[in-house]
Design a protein around this ligand. Sequence first.
Ligand SMILES: [Zn+2]
Length: 411
Amino acid sequence: MSFAPLVEPAAELTIDEVRRYSRHLIIPDVGMTGQKRLKNAKVLVIGAGGLGSPALLYLAAAGVGTLGIAEFDTVDESNLQRQVIHGVSDIDKPKGQSAKESIAEINPYVEVVLHPERLDNDNVLDVFEGYDLIVDGTDNFATRYMVNDAAYFLKIPYVWGSIYRFDGQASVFAPWLRHEGDDLLSPSQVSDLPCYRCLYPEPPPPGMVPSCAEGGVLGVLCASIGAIQVNEAIKLITGIGDPIAGKLMIYDALEMEYRKLKVRKDPNCALCGEHATVTELIDYDAFCGAVSDEAAEAAVGSTISVTQLEHMLKERDNGERDFVLIDVREPNEAEINHIPGAVLIPKGEFLNGNALAQLPSDKQIVMHCKSGVRSAETLAIVKGAGYADAVHVGGGVVAWVSQIDPSQPTY
Ligand SMILES: [Zn+2]
């Protein structure tokens, strides 16, 4: 079941372009008209990271005429394991600029538009305006819901992808798109296609789903899912094939298995349902929550800085005070960097109750994780068990490495 092409064809291809795209042109389904549609297409890629890197490289090579890049971050050494649009000489450079330079090398006929500001409610609609299609490579839930809602309000289809360790997902969201031949539907009739909120009406509880920065991602998984996103983008632009709108692609790299599930439109969807309650952009940080209410409450007045921790550790060495410093990260994270003197008890041990039996009852408990989110969750559990003077370290080991011990690597 196909859709009408999203983009009208450009007037012509130059002789150089005909030579460059000849392997597309001799595919009957693409042909000269399809390539002209690609030339006329304006695609915005959100993030030049794990998914954005392969997506941008192949969209550029395919001849998409205008590529927008919404990216505010700079290239870090830890990005290079998967963000293949950047190289060693790009470290510390803005990712958007680095990506633009790589694209110029692959296909000088592509116009690149940089959007170097962090997307938020104040700018997202302005940034999206004018694009035919969005490829979403964001890595957090707050931005994902914002992208979904903004794209829905502006009626811009978008290709979504997500990755974690060995697992990936992808879909196309465009609840207003009509199947070709459905022209007889009256404007008041809604399409049967879902949006992201139909699939995931609520974000997961804060701290339940680790990010790739916390849990890791197999680098090549980015190419597997990014390639699906580009594939769908090309199909939507040119109107060929059957896009995965209304379906969820699930990829398991360890089993080497692709599954395709049907996703139904939720008639009660808060955004695209018949009685929508989300009629404008909302507070996405509050909707997704940085930490749970319990953790936020526990952290008030019980958060210390890494400078305070350094001072406390010196006092402990001098015998002036005693406390237990607990690292609640996973063992493989602690192999990368650590705060000296910390004992490793992963967060899961606090959730299942085993950790509490190991804690001394006569010493203060000090906890840290990578950035302070997980340790705030365990702080709530420990304080709930009666350790009223327990504290956690704001900013975690990331802050420790940047402020106290830059000789250690970050991740
Ligand atoms: Zn919906």
